[in-house]
Design a protein around this ligand. Structure first.
Ligand SMILES: Cc1cc2nc3c(=O)[nH]c(=O)nc-3n(C[C@H](O)[C@H](O)[C@H](O)COP(=O)(O)OP(=O)(O)OC[C@H]3O[C@@H](n4cnc5c(N)ncnc54)[C@H](O)[C@@H]3O)c2cc1C
Length: 388
């Protein structure tokens, strides 16, 4: 097991992703941000080069890369000032389909996803009354003959407008008690193409950053029983098993953001002259950047260690969660230091700092909020009573 955490590791991936990102400079993202428009060209370019099929096994037409390599792809996108939020779900939902999907589901969908003909970008878990408390979700899937009929509402279902498929978590049975409390939920691979306007309505939510997130309403939406992934009633376990990979991948985006903020701030601090010299010679400018750098490399080391353990067949829950939290903290600390280093220009759109600052704030809340990570660590690593 070798954990990668240096810029030299996976140099070919970094270089390839870097070449694509060079065609999508800050002006591209600023324009989309102002219009809250989806980066379709960017996603298309990544798909064409196979980067969004990184985790699909070669036998289904993908690159068959491991989690470490996939994390490097997302980290590099963010390090270059781009944003993978438009397309990262294709990587982090893959575990559910690969580990628990039937051979027929994999043969039907994976080759088309790998070729970029089908998009699996939507993950419908959160509901208005159940964010952190997933087990309280109310959307139902009722079996009727060869179909399931879905009723309910999801919220914050990002990219639903730009995805052909959605991984959906819905209730197929009553919530159990005690150890059985996770039962009664099932996962479906929903083909949205025929359902939108036919039982499914998608409404965009405008947020503080450009994120293409939505509300999705299900009103007697009928899907074939073959859309069920794995066994009925075991869906929560399936989704949970993919969540450590998700934590690691999102954490990698935070590391990429932190690196972008730190290099952008350092470049500026070397060039900007105030009182007859570069502001970067002042320790008041240096120290916040140096501190954020130290926190970033610590988070990076833990993150790639967790990824290596995952690739070796483990399921490192505490490490993956801790790495995601530390990486999100490091990117936020670096973002704050970058704005401060830029003075007034940190607030000007053309410097991209304020846009990246808004974008990286999300990771304190989604896909899991910092408090819940601390709850998990307290319970699993320290043996303290469960608080939720
Ligand atoms: C832009 C965006 C994109 C998203 N994309 C998706 C997506 O694609 N698919 C999807 O399913 N979801 C998505 N989400 C939802 C995201 O996962 C949830 O917002 C997140 O899990 C928190 O849930 P909530 O918003 O309901 O907060 P709540 O559960 O209402 O929590 C509110 C606050 O209370 C705190 N809190 C709650 N319980 C406890 C406790 N026991 N102890 C301490 N503190 C506690 C939380 O930490 C949080 O700070 C997205 C959210 C956003 C904002």
């Amino acid at each position: 097991m070798t954990a990668v955490n240096s810029d030299e590791a996976y140099a070919d991936i970094r270089e390839g992703v870097g070449r694509i990102c060079a065609d999508f400079p800050g002006s591209y993202w600023r324009d989309l941000d102002a219009r809250r428009a989806y980066p379709a060209d960017f996603v298309e370019a990544l798909s064409r080069q196979g980067y969004l099929a990184a985790m699909i096994p070669e036998e289904y037409g993908g690159a068959g890369l491991d989690l470490q390599a996939s994390a490097v792809i997302l980290e590099e996108i963010h390090r270059q000032g781009c944003n993978a939020a438009a397309c990262h779900a294709q990587m982090y939902t893959m575990g559910t389909l690969l580990r628990h999907g039937s051979e027929e589901q994999k043969r039907t969908y994976l080759p088309a996803i790998a070729e970029g003909r089908l998009r699996l970008q939507a993950f419908g878990v959160t509901e208005p009354a159940s964010g952190t408390d997933t087990l309280a979700l109310r959307t139902t899937a009722r079996r009727e003959g060869d179909d399931y009929v879905i009723n309910g509402q999801k919220i914050w279902t990002s990219r639903a407008e730009y995805s052909d498929l959605m991984i959906l978590l819905a209730r197929t049975g009553p919530r159990g008690e005690g150890d059985a409390r996770t039962e009664g939920l099932s996962v479906f691979l929903v083909d949205l193409r025929e359902l939108v306007g036919n039982g499914v309505t998608i409404r965009p939510i405008r947020t503080m950053m450009n994120h293409a997130t939505t509300e999705v309403f299900f009103d007697d939406a009928r899907i074939p029983a073959s859309a069920l992934i794995g066994e009925e009633g075991r869906g929560f376990r399936y989704v949970l098993s993919g969540m450590n990979a998700e934590r690691i991948l999102i954490g990698a985006e935070c590391i990429g953001d932190a690196k972008w903020f730190l290099s952008t701030a350092s470049d500026y601090a070397r060039e900007r002259e105030v009182f007859g010299g570069p502001i970067g010679r002042n320790q008041g400018i240096q120290f916040p950047l140096a501190r954020a750098y130290a926190h970033m490399i610590a988070a990076e080391g833990l993150l790639y260690r967790a990824a290596a353990r995952y690739d070796a067949g483990g399921n490192p829950g505490v490490e993956a969660n801790a790495a995601k939290m530390l990486a999100a903290d490091a990117s936020w600390e670096a973002a704050e230091a970058c704005v401060q280093t830029h003075g007034g220009f940190g607030f000007a759109e053309e410097y991209d700092v304020e846009r990246k600052f808004r974008e990286t704030r999300l990771y304190q809340v989604a896909p899991i909020s910092t408090n819940l990570i601390l709850c998990h660590i307290a319970e699993k690593a320290l043996g303290l009573p469960k608080s939720y």
